[in-house]
Design a protein around this ligand. Sequence first.
Ligand code: FAD
Length: 423
Amino acid sequence: MPDHDQSLWLKTCREHVESHPLTDDLTVDLAVIGGGYTGCSAALTAARSGASVCLLEAQDIGHGGSGRNVGLVNAGLWLPPADIRARLGDEAGDRLIALLATAPAEVFDLIEQNGIDCAPVRNGTLNLAHSALGLRDLQKRHGQLSATGAPVELLSAPQAGRRTGSAAFHGALFDPRAGTIQPLGYVRGLARAAAGAGAQIISHCPVETMQFDRGIWTLKTQQGTVRAKSVIQATNAYHQGLTASSPDYVPIYYFQFATSPLPEEIRAGILPGGEGCWDTGLIMTSFRLDTEGRLVIGAMGDLGHAGRSVHRAWIRRKLAELYPQLAAQPLTEGWHGRIAMTLDHIPKITQIGPSALSVHGYSGRGIAPGTVFGRLMAESLLQNDLSKLPVPVASEYRENWTGLRRAYFEAGATLMHLVKTRF
Ligand SMILES: Cc1cc2nc3c(=O)[nH]c(=O)nc-3n(C[C@H](O)[C@H](O)[C@H](O)COP(=O)(O)OP(=O)(O)OC[C@H]3O[C@@H](n4cnc5c(N)ncnc54)[C@H](O)[C@@H]3O)c2cc1C
């Protein structure tokens, strides 16, 4: 199975987090379920504020999306500002846009303050136009983002060519606020910092049930019980068990392959500025370099099913189209992860009981948003003030036809990868 174990990030991660088994029953102010960016940011915030906090992770820290992603630390969501306002209303929309505009700075500050070993590169990102239509979308985004004060820059086709070292693009939108990280290093570093601030980090300890009675939550695991005044469920697309609070979303698979380190003469001509990239294609492609000069390239698709050979063959063709000099470069690692996509692409915070919140649905943009949402959820619960939350809290969130929609997206990605490189 090309799951987490074949991930480049697992192979190259230099951060370690000490985790202790749950040997005793615990009583804390805040229990956090899930050790991704959201849960670790919440635990760090709570511990720093002096609250007692325990984070329970079913597998290892970073087992979910946080250990598998592309590592693009972007400002904002997928949606352009006008769509965020249309979905949330002007006031809540503007608030979220402003919060996420500074989210990459929060991530890079946390990395610096805590000495997190995750190869941060703050050289911006390039959203690349794969077609004339894609360029029109970028022009629209540029106008809307500039109007919010974002320092984004629209690049012509020759400029995009110089920045990427590829002749494949019609133009690009450059965002200097953004950058790249080693994603697993960042989440492990957050957990290490949380433990340093006093949080109890417990791995390999799935929460099996949670119940509220007389003002206190009881979380049961195979290893013991945690009692807490407040709970944050940050399990997103990797939720397991706990059926009553299971988040609803369409699971979208996204795979990546890494080349072997590029020879210096080839590497110098590819992304010389070190930006992270993704394109405007319907079935999007992303690519970036890591610190050793490997090109990490990915697209939508599930490597764990029959489409694996189709997706791999497509990556080879795509690589040759973008960079003919890489046509024969070996691909040494391949892995995939699951994205929680909501229908309107807005993350959802739901109240799953008294003083208990769940969040999911970053829809492929969770590094900076997850860090900010985790912090604000912890602050809101500990200060008993839900007005601080980044999106309005719902009492319930349900979606229809999630299985069918997942099958539709996967079949579409496989079909496109079977027949085309350009869309
Ligand atoms: C392949 C891929 C590429 C992506 N690329 C980017 C990108 O470039 N930029 C970006 O911003 N975002 C990206 N994303 C999205 C981003 O990775 C996620 O939005 C983010 O990691 C979500 O973090 P999280 O903490 O909410 O959840 P996760 O990191 O998924 O963590 C949830 C954790 O909860 C644990 N858990 C589940 N159930 C239980 C239980 N019962 N008890 C205890 N623990 C439990 C799981 O084991 C898991 O570790 C990508 C996602 C994928 C999959």
